[in-house]
Design a protein around this ligand. Structure first.
Ligand code: ZN
Length: 566
């Protein structure tokens, strides 16, 4: 690499001798100069300057070379700041995230009382009978006891309440919500779900996995206006964090809202939307045909994977494990369906030509997904379909090689590890924890590992993800040296996972994810040099500027922002 960059410098020197005069300079729309531009290519090339014309990058190189070859309507002096490709969040729930900004936000509520106070504030704004919705509570912060409907009745006696746990896999309802939904002691547990019950057999208000649907199905859908408002809020968040692409779990219907934003030229992220794996093949194909009829620019809005669920989560002990939980010896979690049915559905959809993305947390769920994908690879090449496992959180030692052999992508979210580590060891025990959140091991098997956040399960902030990937520590630095530190990545690798690897996962590695000629001009300028700062400073890094398709869509409002000149 040393020799390569020397050679590059020599070539640049030769070019400078043969450089054209002013008259032969090519006119472009935007130059970025005097920066430290980490291109995120496979060699980790760093350049100083980028020439952009319209929505594409036309050249990268030294400031001297780029300013000699190009003149631009606008030139931005980066003043030595680090620029990277825009972040591509490879697993996000953008609409839910936006809605969470409009609802009761229980994220980070440190006690049950604090959660109740936040709920009471919302109740006070609503008329009796109106639904109180929200998410983000985490009972593991409150000592681990499941909260109850009575806890909610105290603050919301006259409003139905339904609140999702931070992982989205467990819901907490009050008595009125259960009554309206007709959930009583006589209601059986639905397949793939559980209604927690007290000693008298009465529902406690905690509804796991599919049981949440018993109440959720009677909650009125948010209005179209509310959803548009949520997406606009989410787009503001994304640009503030340098996110220029998302791979999104909002579902097919949401593409209609994205399309409206696109037509209004307000869609400032590129959206790869996922369809619902549970839908029939004929319905999925109908959606594809309908989607194609709108003729959207696929670089702005496209359909990629079918998103399905194999299991639940570790936090609520619904992840499907090969052996029981270390701290719950009669429980191995809940697969959503049998291996046979999963394989049948995967093969049928792969044969119809779909990319498939399966949520799998536990080692049993990951194995079920791999087995289904192996069967699918016999009907269509895995590489060609780029089959994905979402989260791949706990993987049995012998299964890492199967990801590689089948060409399965491990779509991971580093911030999950630093949130979950408080209890993951207790859930998993000393042995299984070695295959948990094992992104370094996964990459050492040459598996593609795109990074995302799972927002609103975790904050949308990609700097938190980078920090988690390189430190394996919580934001307060715990534990010193990192949790299973052999799984730490270099910052360069972590940035690549958030950019180039993520682009591969949506079949767009020739369009974006790397700063190079011909690529879409999606870049982010950072307030600090992520490549050299101490890891704890990653958390204090901010996006200074977000460039999307050659347009500046965000600039941080401080004195520090890069100077712009003609
Ligand atoms: Zn998710």
């Amino acid at each position: 690499m040393q020799n390569g960059s020397k050679l590059f410098a020599i070539i640049l020197g030769v070019l400078s001798i043969a450089s054209p005069g002013k008259a032969q300079q090519r006119a472009v729309s935007l130059l970025l100069i005097n920066g430290k531009v980490f291109t995120a290519d496979a060699r980790g090339t760093i350049v100083q300057a980028v020439a952009i014309d319209g929505e594409r990058i036309v050249a990268v190189g030294s400031t001297a070379e780029i300013t000699r070859r190009f003149r631009a309507a606008r030139t931005i002096d980066l003043q030595g700041k680090l620029a990277t490709p825009g972040f591509n969040d490879a697993h996000i729930h953008f609409l839910s995230g936006g809605l969470s900004l409009l609802r009761v936000d229980l994220n980070g509520a440190r006690t049950l009382d604090e959660a109740k106070r936040r709920i009471a504030r919302r109740v006070a704004e609503l008329p009796p009978g109106a639904w109180v919705l929200g998410r983000g509570w985490d009972h593991t912060l409150w000592g681990g006891r499941w909260p109850t409907r009575q806890d909610l009745d105290e603050v919301a006696p006259n409003n139905p309440v339904l609140l999702q746990r931070v992982d989205g896999h467990v819901s907490w309802a009050n008595t009125l919500a259960l009554r309206w939904a007709g959930v009583s002691r006589q209601t059986p547990d639905p397949p793939g779900g559980e209604i927690l019950r007290d000693a008298q057999g009465e529902p406690t208000g905690i509804l796991k996995e599919t049981a949440a649907g018993l109440v959720a199905r009677i909650v009125p859908e948010p209005s179209r206006e509310e959803k548009m408002q949520a997406l606009r809020r989410a787009l503001e968040e994304a640009k503030r964090y340098g996110i220029t692409s998302i791979q999104d779990n909002s579902g097919y219907e949401t593409t209609k809202l994205y399309r409206e934003l696109l037509r209004q030229d307000q869609l400032t992220v590129r959206v790869a939307e996922w369809q619902n794996f549970e839908d029939s093949v004929s319905e999925l194909q109908r959606q594809r045909v309908e989607f194609a009829s709108f003729g959207d620019d696929p670089r702005r809005l496209k359909l990629t994977a079918l998103k399905g669920y194999v299991d639940g989560t570790l936090g609520s002990r619904t992840a499907a494990m090969l052996a029981p939980y270390a701290d719950d010896p009669h429980n191995s979690g809940l697969p959503r369906r049998s291996p046979e049915e999963l394989t049948r559905m995967v093969v049928e959809r792969a044969r119809a030509g779909f990319q498939i993305a399966l949520h799998a947390i536990g080692d049993r769920a990951n194995r079920m997904a791999l087995e289904a994908f192996e069967a699918a690879s016999k009907v269509s090449a895995g590489e060609q379909r780029r089959l994905r496992i979402e989260h791949a959180q706990v993987v049995a030692p012998s299964d890492f090689a199967r990801f590689r052999d089948l060409g399965v992508i491990a779509s991971m979210q580093p911030s999950h590890a630093i949130s979950d580590k408080r209890w993951a060891q207790a859930r998993l025990g000393e042995y299984r924890v070695l295959g948990a959140y094992a992104w370094h091991l996964m990459r050492s098997f040459k598996v593609r590992v795109p990074f995302g956040t799972d927002w609103p399960v975790e904050p949308i902030n990609p700097y938190l993800g980078l920090y988690a990937a390189v430190t394996r520590q919580s934001p307060d630095g715990d534990p010193p040296g990192g949790w299973w530190p052999q799984e730490r990545l270099s910052i360069q690798e972590a940035i690549r996972c958030y950019t180039a690897e993520a682009a591969y996962a949506s079949f767009e590695e020739n369009e974006k994810g790397v700063i190079g000629p011909g690529m879409l001009a999606d870049l982010v300028v950072h307030s600090r040099d992520l490549l050299t700062i101490e890891p704890e400073e990653i958390l204090r890094t901010e996006t200074v500027m977000t460039i999307f398709g050659g347009r500046i869509i965000y600039q941080r409002q401080t004195a520090e922002q890069p100077a712009s000149r003609r």
